[in-house]
Design a protein around this ligand. Structure first.
Ligand code: P6P
Length: 336
């Protein structure tokens, strides 16, 4: 027949947020407004990443960011887009960005603090690897006028977190503390559409580990042994684990959320506190994994979300994935 299936009742991110807002007691609609400003930033960044290959935005911008990494033009553009979107939202008071040495305090009466890595994994951009924006949201502390105290807090106090991965399409994975929901950008509509409702991590013992084995000689002996053991035939399956490592946290975590397995970036003798940043890489990913029925711990087996950063660019070792996989690590270090 010449008829074609049209879903005339799609759930956009805006509609989804409004529906969840109605369920949250005393919701003022402010978080809804903030999430709409966030989604604008994601659409604008996605648009620029798409164009990057065409107008050759990729390539060194000359400057270097607060943590000394060589900065790519898209990093600069992503950071500016994000800062302007948060400033324009009218309800963000404090902003921490991986690209900014110090936190930014906006004028106005905003009630939220946002932490973000505007383009995480950007060193892979030239290779066409999926990169992403990672973000977390805190409500300002009671009576706060906006200061560093609003963000040097445990991840358990975040009210929202997630990432948008810019791959074949843009995928937004979002939690506001009631589970994880995934949205895919329909660029012809300019809307994020709900495509992964109430996402739960695949915990069917999918034996994948994801770590940069180039750091093996820098790991402590227990961690070296842990990964050596994963490479042997496992009791449950008679097979060794598969190794999958992209080197872009958003892409590696996205695969872990959808397929299961274990992702890790341990601290080592080269990076004593680990490489990934607590506020805008570890916390948002840990929040998502826990809300999807997974787990996220530090090298010593503590819950990532209970860390309290001392400085806005502090780092931590991190192990995240399905409970069954993270528990194997906890057993290996005698925490279970
Ligand atoms: P390595 C990308 O630069 C990043 O910050 C994360 O996205 C990624 O997980 C990690 O660093 C990769 O680091 O040392 O394995 O190249």
């Amino acid at each position: 027949s010449d008829e074609f299936q049209v879903d005339t009742d799609i759930i956009t991110l805006t509609r989804f947020i409004l529906s969840t807002q109605q369920k949250v007691q005393h919701a003022t609609g402010e978080l809804t407004l903030l999430l709409n400003s966030l989604q604008f930033a994601f659409k604008f960044i996605a648009n620029n990443i798409r164009k990057a290959e065409l107008v050759n935005l990729i390539g060194l911008a000359g400057a270097s960011n607060s943590t000394g990494d060589a900065q790519k033009k898209l990093d600069v553009i992503g950071d500016e887009i994000f800062i302007n979107a948060m400033k324009g939202s009218g309800n963000v008071k404090v902003l921490v960005s991986e690209e900014q040495e110090d936190l930014i305090v906006f004028e106005g009466e905003g009630n939220y603090a946002v932490v973000c890595d505007p383009i995480d994994g950007s060193s892979n951009l030239d290779a066409g690897v999926s990169v992403g924006t990672i973000f977390g949201v805190y409500k300002l502390l009671p009576g706060s006028k906006g200061s560093i105290k609003d963000v040097l807090r445990p991840g358990t106090e975040m009210v929202a977190a997630g990432y948008t991965m810019y791959g074949a399409s843009a995928h937004l994975m979002l939690t506001t503390g009631q589970g994880v929901n995934g949205f895919t950008l329909d660029s012809s509509l300019g809307e994020f559409i709900l495509t992964h409702p109430n996402l739960k991590i695949n915990d069917n013992n999918k034996q994948i580990f994801s770590v940069n084995e180039g750091n093996t000689i820098y790991w402590d002996a227990k961690i070296q042994k842990f990964f050596q053991d994963l490479k042997k035939p496992q009791i449950e399956t008679g097979l060794p684990y598969s190794a999958r490592y992209i080197g872009s946290m958003v892409a590696d975590v996205h695969r872990t959320l959808l397929y299961g397995g274990l992702f890790s970036y341990p601290a080592d003798s080269k990076s004593k506190n680990g490489k990934l940043r607590i506020l805008y890489e570890c916390f948002p990913m840990a929040f998502l994994l826990e809300q999807a029925g997974g787990k996220a711990v530090t090298d010593s087996g503590e819950r990532i979300l209970e860390l309290i950063p001392k400085a806005i660019h502090d780092r931590s070792g991190i192990w995240l994935g399905s409970i069954i996989e993270v528990d194997k690590y906890l057993k290996a270090i005698g925490k279970l």
